[in-house]
Design a protein around this ligand. Sequence first.
Ligand SMILES: O=C(O)CCC(=O)C(=O)O
Length: 324
Amino acid sequence: MSGFRYQVGIVGRGLTARRRLAYAVRALLQSPILVLEGRALLGRSRIKRPTSIRFMNDLCNATLGRGLDVGNRVVATLRKKATKRFDSTMTLDGGSRLSAEFISPLVAELRATGFAKIPQFVQRELAETLRERIEALEGIEPGGATYSSMEDWMNRGSMPRLNVNRAGLLAVTELSAVDLTPLSIVARQMLGAAPDLLGPHSWITRPLPDMTEVQKEDSAMAYHCDSDFFGFMKVFLLLTEVQQENGPFTFLSGSHRGKRHVQGRVTDATLRVEPRELCFGTGSPGDVVLAMTTGWHKATPPTAGHRTMVQWLFSNGLFGSATQ
Ligand SMILES: O=C(O)CCC(=O)C(=O)O
């Protein structure tokens, strides 16, 4: 894959053949967890053992990501019945968001680049209401400091990211007005299986002068690849105007298909990405960004304003991350 120069750039971060072998051995030793967490694997319950995610990371590191792709196909086969049930309840409806004309181009774009946008998936008015409600909620910085609202964080906070309190978020009744059905059909096509829905989560990002590499890493503003589940797709709903200066979600086009690893986060210089290879989650309140975040991605460090988003995740089974 000649376009993936950045793979050369990351050699030397420790993923030598010997390190990969060590990850493979540890993954093998942990593999009984697949049976112990069989119900989660099939999407019938949440995981009970938090070490599941370590197994996923080890597998991903050992196989440069390919193990997740193979695992996804195996899980899809095991979940055939659930997928049949899902397919029988979803009827494509010509001319609407549930039509093949809406779904197919999105799936094609996601397969090719790992990234797609849907303008005005949610009406602007609803997005603005959601923003108002969410920015008034309590939140927590990656370091653990808590704030009563976005305004409080803006005045006293020390990090560029605030995670909105989940209990508060679940009480935002307007969120249930967001119909995710068309996105679940896209996810079904991308994952090859009936999707499980996780979320919502929400966070706010803002500029911080002289941000350190550690602050960037802790705030998802350094490149990384996710390995939450064998197969998954993330959905981001923009609630603010997001232009380049507001720190859009950034995705390295096509990197969901390439070799990758999950060992930590890397700087822009280490990854050696050309600007033309990047897709940006810019847009307006109500726009949706879809991304296969097994590929390289981050939030661009913002220089102006702030960005508020809601995220959902569609997974193939529930083995892996303990995320709600
Ligand atoms: O906030 C962002 O744009 C990045 C989010 C991210 O890295 C993730 O959801 O894995």
